[in-house]
Design a protein around this ligand. Sequence first.
Ligand code: SIN
Length: 535
Amino acid sequence: MTVVETDILVIGSGVSGLYYAIKSHKLGRLMIINKLEKYESATYYAQGGIASVFSSEDSFEEHISDTLVAGDGLCNRDAVEVVVRDAPNRIKELIGLGVKFSKAPDPVDNDVVYDLTREGGHTKRRILHADDLTGREIEVSLMRAAENMGVRVSDHRMAIDLITINKVLGIKGGQDRVIGAYVLNTLTGDVETVLAKLVILATGGAGKVYLYTSNPDTETGDGIAMAYRAGASIANMEFIQFHPTCLYHPEAKSFLISESVRGEGGILKRKDGTPFMAAYHPMKELAPRDIVARAIDSELKKSGDEYVLLDVTHLDPDFTRKRFPHIYNTLLKYGIDMTGQPIPVVPAAHYTCGGVVADLDGRTDIRGLFAIGETACTGLHGANRLASNSLIEGLVFANRVAQTTEPYLGDKLPYETIPPWTPGNAVDSDEMVVVSHNWDEIRRLMWNYVGIVRSDKRLVRARRRIEMIREEINEYYWHFKVNKDVLELRNIATVAELAIRCAQIRRESRGIHYNIDYPHKDDAAWLKDTVIKKQ
Ligand code: SIN
């Protein structure tokens, strides 16, 4: 078995992992791993943009206020302040690293300035973007910058589990210390023991827990599940954000229609062409996302239709083609010309607001273990994330972690106590059907029972099923040789159970958690996070 010793192990190579690596590669030996190919991460597919106060007509106070309003009472104000106030510095640094954001002539003096768009919940134009491929521009630029600095991402490596001192020495209680991770090389099937003084979880979110999601295949909640198994606190997993507008098309997998399409004037309509958002919120199409997603859900339930329409046919076709080239061209491939016909859309799971509890410097409650980006729950998003606040969260906290981690590199760690990985027996290929069946079952049950609208009864059913499935997976996991599908299945099952348990704990409706048995917000009892820790 291969043993690799490094100083810092970064798990995940989206915006948070790459930016952390760029900021700290000089601290010591740094290894960054990605379970698929180069660039594959949620960052790469982010369309809309990155929020920051960049106009003289905007202010930190307004960005803070919009974030707090979206978060519906549960944001940690300190986290919000830290992100909003540091955002312009991070963006300037991105520009310095080669990121090219879209520009446009200033309407007042015709100077060329960064083009700022709007999305739901924002009272000002404050979203920088690179056409409608913002994430791709950031990911590719950061990867290039990291490579130029000598940072290499090891692809096809999936972390299986964290290794901690308490676990290897059989200690119960007291503060634990991470000392590495077991990592599967998904090409060879070998498991490597990676010894590290610092482990940075930057694995993204968990949208794949749901049948319909805007997320790419990478998002199986790996960091959250591993941190939970290792004993770290996990919070607010009931707050899974549904994006209101994913393309409805039998051949399209996870194709998002960016909120900026509504920001530029797109109108939501019933299939018969009647606009409906005015009946739900005064901000209509630009109401916070939870309200728009629930409005669409309610329209679909009332009509029995499979989708609603997003209409931009009233906009200048040249503007639409220029502003949304990726969306326009992708839709054309599916036979839809968005300049001349409305787009069929449905809501889909999009963003995990909860995650591994992390303080303002990314520390979790296991020493040496840090969480950043969508994997972390820093308190920025509260009960609902404001659109385009996530890429910036990743940057701000990656930078803060980079300022914090050096002292941990001096710790002396008992690497000699780490047991080698014990492989299971060979996989009987007939059994892989169990894996694909369980994948499908979890994602369907989460969609049907733990979706946009929840009830106590559905949550109880979901809990019962997921507990049975987890038992089956455990049996499977310990008897067979691990592979990526089995590891991801084990992780989505864990994250699904965490989401159900958090949803059961919160006996109110707030932000993106809506339970018909408690349809109102209860500030007296529930102005707090739902925190779960493995006993
Ligand atoms: C979008 O483009 O609609 C996604 C933006 C976000 O989720 O922040």
